[in-house]
Design a protein around this ligand. Sequence first.
Ligand code: ZN
Length: 388
Amino acid sequence: MINQERIKNLLLELVQIDSVSREEREVAQRVRAICEELGAEVFIDDAGEKVGGNTGNVIARFPGTVPSAEPIMMSAHMDTVVPGKGVKPVVEGDIIRSDGTTVLGGDDKSGVAVILETIRCLQEQDIPHAPIDAVFSICEEVGLLGAKHVDLSKVRARYGLVFDSDDPGFLFTRGPSSNHFEFKIYGLESHAGVAPEQGISAIKIAAEGIAAMKLGRIDEETTANIGVIQGGAATNIITNLVTLKGEARSLDDAKLEAQSRHMVKCLEDAAAKYEVSVDGVTTRGRVESHVTREYHSMDVSDDSRVVRLVKSAAARMGLDVKTLASGGGCDANIFNKLGIECANLGTGMRAIHTVKEWLDVKDMYASAEMTLEIMRLNGEQARQAAGK
Ligand SMILES: [Zn+2]
């Protein structure tokens, strides 16, 4: 059994340490201290320097008590979205929420708490277990930057779990690839009242291009959005530059490419309709498109080692854990790409990325109990394999 009071108090402590992305140092130091107290060899890598943050990822290597067992990773991110400073958690029975002025930060401090409580229990209860690499990442919320820059030479494990989703009854094993778009739409500046025929409105091109785009939910596996539009200075100027930012995601890379090409083409087609000649110089509407891959999809099979382990552990507790696809990206997308096969287990966080964020501690307890059982079963399996 886990210690419910202790994990709840740890969560309450952690959410009150400010750690918006790139400013995770204080919480990283606290996590480091706890891990050292528990006997880990702790590294802070140089990811922070690479991404302009004030700390790197915390990588804590805990020795195992089953000598032959392969190391297993447990990971959660330390950063939160905004507004995330000065979190004042409100406890109402089993529900913990923010006071409504900030997020709670249960995303993903509930994951951090689950990992630390599990390790404490393994040690206190003398449960034979594999070596554990606990990876506490930075900057997950701003493009999975901590995971992208993790110092892999410090991580021994090649499989494991990320704790960064809602319901502990679900294991996310598939996630989309995501493309990020930045479009610059160029028109031609002119006085709107005096010489409108000598201008090309970048706003009009943007409007026509966006109106022609399929956006929102494209199909079961694919989504797309234009999230930012900027341009224009005054009503009497025909605007010569509009900037758009957007994204598309799909579980299927071919569909993602098709959607991305479609979005670029809509803007290019709109721009191509506009052309003016002033004093013998011809100007055409024009689009500059920058499409970058934000992260790659993940697809961990139900037959993989980590999924079988989680399902067997859940079954021993009389529970059924379902694997499913997520519409979002998380550190697990990156870790899988880096060769650490991992799935994402829920911790009870709800209404994340809003000031209404809340968490039912019973869900977090269930997540920690399941994680403890996963580690116990993993240790047993390693011992059995060594005994053969
Ligand atoms: Zn998260």
